[in-house]
Design a protein around this ligand. Structure first.
Ligand code: PLP
Length: 291
């Protein structure tokens, strides 16, 4: 620490407070803490520990490797992998007790066979594409998809069903997506299936549309203090800092920097900030000393 002149400070106490504020706001709804992409640059392992310690119920990552990294570092909470997997990755999902996002039968079949072989059960969340056009089955195919899974793939438990909003700040687009999702979950319920966790909201939707919280919300940006928080007392978690390491006075008409793009218009005091050698510093309280 002592030789550092530029650093990113990740305030895990602020993160912890944000998680508690979100939990308070959503009441009985569960909170999935999104820690994909190295927790948006904040450090995936300490962020995941802090989020769980502070009351988050579920962890969300993009891919299997992020999930495995968390398991190897001692995270025991349920972990949902957002990206759909390839059938050959079924074994890793089960080996590390991850929850797979599913939107095709080949993946369900691979999970079912692997689970049977290991004499365990596979846990999946079904993704419904209500408008983003990325992962997910189309709403009209969802009831049949679920019927097939529950009759033909007995080693697979459907724990959740979810969708992702494509423009959460637009109320009309989001309502349309939400209504599509609601008609799917209703149709499924009416045909006698009970899926414990329906979820749709990302950060912006969590704040803007409390009536869409359902059983769980998936918050990333809000938890890090990076998206509009309405009346919630959310704080930014990361700050970028640097020391000034040199100050000098330049005369009028002197160049500053490469490419000679700026010339001083008057005698000018110049400070140099050594920003190229920036390093990550975490003030974390992580229960695993190896991290
Ligand atoms: C990234 C992501 C989120 C979190 O989005 P934020 O806007 O950061 O809250 C939620 N759900 C899924 C599926 C995601 O990929």
């Amino acid at each position: 620490m002592s030789n550092l002149t530029s650093w990113v400070d990740v305030d895990l106490d602020a993160l912890s407070n944000n998680v508690k504020i979100i939990k308070d706001f959503i009441g009985k709804t569960k909170m999935l803490a999104v820690v994909k992409a190295d927790a948006y640059g904040h450090g995936i392992v300490p962020v995941a520990f802090t989020a769980i310690e502070s009351g988050a119920d579920y962890i969300g990552v993009s891919n299997i490797d992020e999930g495995i990294l968390l398991r190897k570092n001692g995270i025991e909470a349920p972990i949902l992998v957002f990206n759909t997997i390839l059938p050959e990755q079924a074994e890793k999902i089960l080996q590390f007790d991850l929850t797979a996002t599913v939107c095709s039968l080949d993946v369900v079949q691979a999970l079912h066979e692997e689970a049977k072989r290991l004499n365990i059960r596979a846990r999946i969340h079904i993704k419904v594409d209500t408008g983003l056009g990325r992962f997910g089955i189309l709403p009209e195919h969802a009831p049949e998809f679920i019927r097939i899974i529950s009759t033909d793939f007995k080693s697979v438990d459907i724990e959740g069903i979810y969708t992702h909003f494509s423009a959460a700040s637009s109320e009309s687009i989001t309502r349309m997506q939400f209504n599509k999702f609601q008609s799917v979950t209703k149709a499924i319920q009416e045909s006698g299936f009970n899926i414990p966790l329906s979820h749709a909201c990302n950060s912006i939707a969590t704040v803007k549309y409390p009536e869409m919280h359902l059983d769980m919300v998936r918050t990333g940006n809000l938890m890090y203090g990076l998206s509009p928080a309405g009346n919630l007392n959310i704080k930014k978690v990361a700050g970028v800092f640097s020391r000034i390491i040199f100050i000098k006075n330049l005369p009028k008409g002197h160049n500053i920097g490469y490419g000679n793009k700026y010339t001083t218009k008057r005698p000018t005091t110049v400070a140099v900030i050594p920003f190229l050698d920036i390093m990550m510093v975490l003030n974390f309280r992580c229960p695993n000393p190896a991290v």
